[in-house]
Design a protein around this ligand. Structure first.
Ligand code: SAM
Length: 197
């Protein structure tokens, strides 16, 4: 599936001011961990950082990928509780192997991402396949490898989100919005063709 997209190289507030359509935010934001990005500082005062993310979840339906401890801080700061938190799970040499995917003012429809059936001998599964089913509904966690130096999709950005992850998210969110990533980084996630038809 080809996607129409437009890209802005601007601070995110200016982009949001420019967009007139109804948008849903889908983003892998800065984590405020002093990462060395080219343009933006990744070490804001805590209040300022939480206000920045809070301004998104207060004003838009949003899907935000974050460490759980930051999600908890964001909840305490904004008093806005996500409607659903899914999990992005990956193998890593570091101690951290998962992040939350928090859905604000929207919920994922997990029937829109299919995964292989576990038991093809189950008569109910056989019947589903006979009716044309392409797999079982997705779990509420996804095991998707991080983009590493040797990954096929590796571009120039130092911490890319995997295309598959962003692609899955776009599939499960309500489709009556324009998707906006205010912290798009290298932009590999969106300037791409979907892996699946
Ligand atoms: C975690 S990275 C996102 C990487 C992206 N998902 C990718 O795959 O390339 C966060 C990005 O947000 C950008 N950023 C930080 N503050 C910003 C701001 N105020 N406006 C726009 N972008 C910002 C950073 O430069 C960084 O590229």
């Amino acid at each position: 599936m080809d996607r129409n997209w437009r890209m802005y190289n601007l601070p995110f507030q200016e982009v949001l001011d420019d967009i007139e359509e109804d948008i849903i935010i889908v983003t892998d934001p800065p984590y405020n961990i002093n990462f060395k990005y080219n343009t933006y500082k990744d070490k804001l005062p805590k209040e300022e950082y939480l206000d920045m993310l809070g301004s998104l979840i207060k004003n838009y339906p949003c899907v935000i990928i974050l460490y759980h401890e930051i999600l908890h801080e964001l909840t305490a700061h904004t008093q806005i509780i996500p409607d659903k938190i899914m999990e992005w799970v990956y193998s890593s040499n570091n101690l951290r192997h998962h992040r939350g995917i928090a859905f604000y003012h929207c919920k994922p429809d997990l029937t829109k991402v299919r995964q292989p059936y576990k038991n093809y001998n189950d008569p109910r599964v056989k019947e589903q396949i006979r009716r044309g089913s392409k797999g079982a509904r997705s779990y509420d966690w996804w095991h998707i490898q991080q983009v590493k130096a040797g990954s096929k999709e590796k571009g120039i950005h130092p911490c890319q989100a995997p295309i598959k992850l962003m692609d899955n998210i776009i599939k499960v969110i309500p489709d009556d919005y324009v998707v906006c990533d205010p912290f798009m980084g290298g932009g590999n996630n969106w300037c791409c063709k979907s892996n699946e038809q």
